[in-house]
Design a protein around this ligand. Structure first.
Ligand SMILES: [Ca+2]
Ligand SMILES: [Ca+2]
Ligand SMILES: [Ca+2]
Length: 271
């Protein structure tokens, strides 16, 4: 709902001045550094699950099965911090594990350097790291799947539960998949998932995972890859209609503050 905390005449002045300036505003590429989300750095046992934008879960290795959120945590004797499900845990899987200490952690013939995050499928489940977009905009998404053990895994990056952005099979210690990198325009609440599947056998399938997601810039509001007057027109149309997407500061309302956030990004040619 548009609550118009700036007056209509003020809005008209802002809009007309912006539109008048369009002729001298170059089309810019997007430099997205407004927000950075890094999976390993954010990993925690004490922030709950979901942990902000991150959800640690697992699901049957069949299409469209629902995600189960890991309910349990433990710190293993070797120092690894683990999310798991005590109700289903054959040989400690499926699970997420991270070394949140400042020293290497050793276990099962593997080494977790400080800050390393890994996940592991079960005999019948994929392990899934889900990221939920906190704001509308273009995001830079990167991922690397690290071969930490001798098994073979299928790894993938999936948008919205069905759009496969990346898929690969990796096999053996030191055999990584990726890096994957892409720019993806997402609405608030859209998801990107990072998935490990057992590729037949779940033995020795520990797979390291590095994910960095940055951006979320609203400047390219019409999603055409450039920042220009078209974005102003599209933004104001959405704003006037009180559309959900115009809530670019993600505070739940569409008002003058969103105009400020949009123009701050737009005038910078990005974020
Ligand atoms: Ca396997
Ligand atoms: Ca644009
Ligand atoms: Ca808002």
């Amino acid at each position: 709902m548009n609550t118009y905390p700036i007056s209509w005449p003020t809005y008209r002045i802002i809009r007309s001045s912006v539109l008048a300036a369009l002729a001298v505003v170059p089309i810019c590429s997007i430099a997205s550094d407004a927000a950075i989300y890094e999976a390993a750095a954010a990993f925690s046992l004490i922030n709950g699950n979901p942990n902000g934008v991150w959800t640690y879960g697992y699901r049957l290795s069949t299409p469209a099965s629902a995600l189960t959120v890991f309910p349990n945590t433990s710190v293993q004797s070797n120092g690894l911090s683990v999310w798991f499900d005590a109700a289903y845990n054959p040989l400690g899987t499926p699970s997420f594990a991270a070394n949140l200490t400042t020293s290497p952690v050793y276990g099962a013939g593997m080494t977790w350097p400080p800050g390393r995050l890994s996940f592991h499928p079960s005999p019948i489940h994929d392990a899934v790291l889900r990221w939920t977009s906190p704001s509308r905009g273009e995001w830079d998404i990167s991922a690397l799947f690290i071969g930490m053990d001798g098994g073979t895994t299928n790894v993938s990056v999936i948008r919205g539960g069905e759009d496969v952005l990346f898929a690969a099979t990796r096999s053996g210690t030191g055999a990584n998949a990726g890096p994957f990198a892409a720019k993806v325009f997402l609405e608030v609440g859209e998801t990107v998932e990072f998935v490990v599947n057992n590729a037949g056998s779940f033995y020795s399938d520990t797979t390291g995972l590095e994910v960095v997601i940055s951006g979320g810039c609203p400047a390219d509001f019409n999603e055409d890859g450039g920042i220009d007057g078209g974005d102003v027109e599209t933004f104001f149309h959405a704003w006037e209609m009180g559309e959900y997407g115009a809530d670019v500061n993600t505070d739940g309302g569409v008002d003058g503050a969103d105009v400020g956030v949009f123009f701050a990004a737009w005038e910078n040619g990005g974020c």
